[in-house]
Design a binder for this molecule. Structure first.
Ligand code: ADP
Length: 232
């Protein structure tokens, strides 16, 4: 099974990637993490990616595609894998489709974690960080014991620049502009939209349910469903 996980910044994609990877026993591959590892190791690829990543741009398709192709040819991917942060462009999506075909993998299944913008903004602008120990709090569900100060060292908490509302809204707009064409590319494929404005455990249960149901149904019937709105 090849899964592609999409979702805006702050939607909890990393948490779901870990949970899915553990439960299906397939590797979770984040191209962002791979690039950071290359940078830390000081490889040529890492040096090429460094300035682009620092400026917030996208690393070139050729570099990322080559890196990804090498990664999924490794033995731990033989039963499938989950991709997080890839494909980011239509060119990468077209490359991936061909790579999967040539390597004998089934077509990718798309899981799209969809969270209303206001819910994301609420979550991110409620984050506070301790300047000393770097611990992150969330005023909504993980507040410090005393307002405004770190539980561990008493330092005054602050809001990170990229968590400020306008900066974060701009990041979301950029994400939407880049991701819409990629999602459109996959509209005729097996595509599941999952509501992400729930607790991590609840979202994971829904993803598990979607994947289990699709095993029980022929692929043609399972394609293009949108998960039912949930009420609680
Ligand atoms: P974020 O969600 O904050 O962008 P990531 O860890 O997914 O974090 O990616 C960090 C950076 O790595 C991106 O801003 C981009 O420069 C680069 N990157 C990651 N994945 C890709 C990709 N598929 N194509 C091009 N660049 C990528």
């Amino acid at each position: 099974m090849v899964l592609l996980l999409f979702g805006p910044p702050g939607c909890g994609k990393g948490t779901q990637a870990r949970l899915i990877s553990n439960s299906l026993k397939i590797p979770s591959i984040s191209t962002g993490e791979m690039l950071r590892a290359e940078m830390q190791a000081g490889t040529e690829l890492g040096r090429m990616a460094q300035s682009i990543m620092a400026s917030g741009g996208l690393v070139g398709d050729d570099i990322v595609n080559t890196m990804l192709a090498a990664r999924i040819s490794r033995p731990d991917c033989s039963a499938g894998f989950l991709l997080d942060g890839y494909p980011r462009t239509v060119e990468q999506a077209v490359f991936l489709d061909g790579l999967l075909r040539r390597s004998g993998f089934p077509p990718a299944i798309i899981l799209h974690l969809d969270v209303p913008t206001d819910a994301l903004v609420g979550r991110m602008t409620s984050r506070r960080q301790c300047p000393q120990c770097k611990r992150i709090y969330n005023l909504l569900h993980e507040p410090p014991k005393s307002p405004g100060v770190c539980d561990d060292d008493g330092a005054a908490l602050f809001t990170r620049k990229d968590d400020r509302e306008e900066v974060f809204r701009e990041r979301l707009r950029t994400y939407d502009n880049l991701t819409q064409p990629v999602l459109a590319h996959y509209q005729d494929q097996e595509y599941y939209q999952i509501r992400g404005d729930r607790s991590p455990a609840y979202i994971f249960e829904e993803i598990t349910g979607v994947l289990e149901r699709r095993v029980e149904r022929p692929v043609e019937q399972a394609s293009r469903p949108v998960s039912e709105p949930l009420t609680c």
